[in-house]
Ligand binder design. Structure first.
Ligand code: FAD
Length: 316
């Protein structure tokens, strides 16, 4: 069966959920091989990858890979793709992995599809383009398909794979060593799930009214085990940190449930959330464009609706 390379997303030795989603997708296309680049590889990580169908786990954790930014990872994938005659490379549609994918595509003179939300037979990818304005089915017609898949677009299905470990040494070029990591600072993270990985996201916009009022958004999020997001109007006003901005110039999320409170639904906001499975809008203006997109809508003042919702969820 043809080999599908899956670039593993990991933090402090923990395999991120999006990798399990990629492995689930890869199983439909061929035999998945996980590619671990960088430090932190453990037997537990190997087991987790194997439990989700990885037949092989390629490990490249030399200092060259760990200490330099994206370029060595693109060289690693290029080397493996060529040596193993891989049929496709899947990465997560994160900022870093998309850059790796782009560099890989240039190296291999191959086609790339980004912001993919599903892959059908014949490697036909469904993806979201022009800031989310258009959904397209596309297929790479030249070289190896390199596909960047949005987190949360595929439900994880465990399946046993052999998980055979293979150490890989990669001859990193001088060009790829041009930029070196000098320090890694951990993003402040609280108990909430990471925004781009969360199954539920509760976002607040200008309608929230102030930084203090964001506490009602946080309480609703916590009652649901959700991440908190914000529109650019809210982050620009300094009510919520920029790292939580959803949209064209913020993060792209694709959760099972997205609750937009006091957000009008501007195209730039939609670009970051419109592939959510179910969208709930809370807005006092029945004409707000967000209602065109929403599966469920509540016309009302969020300062009343959101606390009531939180209370109701807490009772269950
Ligand atoms: P508004 O558009 O002001 O909407 C507020 C909504 O809250 C209204 O619909 C109102 O009816 C409702 N409301 C008010 N009070 C209440 C209440 N008490 N209860 C219930 N509802 C209430 N935006 C992003 O979000 N993300 C991006 O990444 C982004 N990138 C951009 C990039 C560019 C190049 C540009 C030009 C713009 C970008 N924007 C982005 C900005 C975008 O165009 C909108 O201005 C922004 O999304 C509006 O945020 P909002 O919906 O919170 O505010």
């Amino acid at each position: 069966m043809s080999e599908i390379l899956v670039l593993v997303e990991h933090v402090e030795g923990q395999v991120k959920k999006v990798t399990l989603e990629l492995l689930t997708l890869a199983r439909k296309l061929g035999a998945p091989s996980a590619v671990w680049a960088g430090p932190g590889y453990t037997a537990e990580a190997q087991a987790r990858l194997a439990e989700h169908g990885a037949e092989k786990v390629y490990v490249a954790d030399s200092a060259d890979i760990a200490d330099h930014v994206v370029a060595p990872k693109a060289e690693l994938l290029a080397q493996l793709a060529t040596e193993k005659s891989a049929a496709a490379v899947l990465v997560a549609a994160t900022a870093e992995a998309k850059e790796i994918a782009a560099r890989l595509a240039i190296k291999l003179d191959a086609g790339i599809l980004t912001d993919v939300v599903g892959i059908q037979d014949g490697m036909v990818a469904e993806h979201s383009i022009f800031g989310g304005g258009v959904n397209v089915r596309a297929r790479v017609t030249k070289g190896l398909p390199i596909i960047a898949v949005r987190p949360n677009s595929t439900p994880v299905e465990p399946a046993a794979g052999a998980g055979a470990e293979e150490r890989v040494s990669v001859a990193v070029s001088d060009a790829a060593r041009a930029v070196r990591v000098v320090e890694r600072v951990k993003e402040e993270k609280g108990a909430r799930p990471e925004l781009t990985e969360a199954a539920i996201v509760v976002s607040g916009g200008r309608g929230v009214g102030s930084a203090e009022n964001f506490s009602i958004i946080e309480k609703l999020a916590d009652s649901l085990g959700a991440a908190v997001g914000a529109s650019r109007a809210a982050t620009d006003a300094g009510w919520y940190p920029h790292q939580f901005q959803v949209g064209q110039t913020g993060k792209t999320v694709s959760p099972q449930l997205y609750i937009a409170a006091g957000i009008s639904g501007a195209i730039q906001h939609r670009a970051g959330m419109q592939t959510a499975k179910t969208i709930v809008a809370i807005n006092k203006d029945p004409e707000a464009p967000i209602f065109e997109l929403a599966d469920f809508g509540v016309v009302g003042d969020l300062h009343q609706v959101v606390p009531q919702l939180t209370e109701e969820i807490a009772k269950r």
